[in-house]
Write a protein that binds this ligand. Structure first.
Ligand SMILES: *Cc1c(COP(=O)(O)O)cnc(C)c1O
Length: 223
């Protein structure tokens, strides 16, 4: 680990610290380092300076990296779109959290396989907070009903909160609105503790809007 890399990471911590203190001193933010474009060696380098949570968006990559890095006490987050034919492999790789549950159909299928393995999976509902064609997730309007429905139908899916990707826009106000809308929805849900919003380009804004988990890829690994 070079000095330059350490300085780069410290700068990220400072940015997060400043944003979270602007919310309040008790607002704790967790970093998930998104390693989807990176090697196991890159992950090991971040592990060596204290990072524990990593995110992948392809089941195949998750399986490979969890196997290669098996002896390290890492926490894996699956943050990608999950196809039904990959559910068994996702379960086999036993992630700490699945952040991208995006439909009732997927929830039912996931429930079936989880109950067969007698496993409970911590999960976030993905919210398509600006109704973008290019993004997966529940709409803001139907998310609360879907949350209640999944709670009732899927005892092996433990919904811990919401995940959203900020609206893609040149106008920061649009992105801010998508974060605020997601936070307002989050506040209506019972027994949740995780609001995963914010990536390399917008994590400070997301934290100011109430995010307590940021998913940082390029900013963590490229310097
Ligand atoms: C790739 C990815 C990230 C990280 O993106 P960066 O802009 O590189 O920080 C975060 N969340 C999801 C769902 C992703 O697919």
């Amino acid at each position: 680990m070079s000095i330059q890399y350490k300085i780069h990471i410290d700068k990220i911590f400072e940015d997060i610290e400043r944003a979270r203190l602007s919310v309040n001193a008790h607002h704790i933010v967790k970093i998930v380092s998104v390693s989807k474009y990176n090697t196991s060696e890159d992950i090991k380098a971040l592990y060596d300076i204290g990072q524990r949570a990593f995110g992948e968006n392809k089941v195949q990559d998750l399986m490979q990296k969890t196997e290669i890095l098996e002896e390290l006490p890492l926490e894996w987050h699956f943050i990608g779109n999950l196809q039904k034919n990959k559910i068994n492999n996702l379960i086999k790789s036993n992630p700490s959290m699945f952040q991208a549950l995006d439909s009732i159909e997927l929830a039912k299928e996931l429930q079936l396989r989880l109950s067969r393995e007698d496993m409970v999976l911590d999960t976030l509902l993905q919210i398509n907070s600006a109704n973008e064609e290019s993004k997966h997730g529940f709409s803001l309007e139907c998310a609360k009903d879907s949350f209640d429905q999944i709670k009732e139908l899927c005892p092996n899916i433990n919904i811990k909160g919401l995940m959203s990707i900020g609206a893609h826009s040149d106008n920061e106000k649009d992105t801010q609105k998508s974060f605020e809308d997601t936070k307002n929805l989050y506040d209506t849900l019972d027994n949740v503790n995780t609001l995963s919003m914010g990536m390399s380009a917008d994590f400070e804004l997301a934290i100011k809007c109430g995010s307590n988990m940021v998913r940082l890829g390029s900013r963590m690994f490229n310097y």
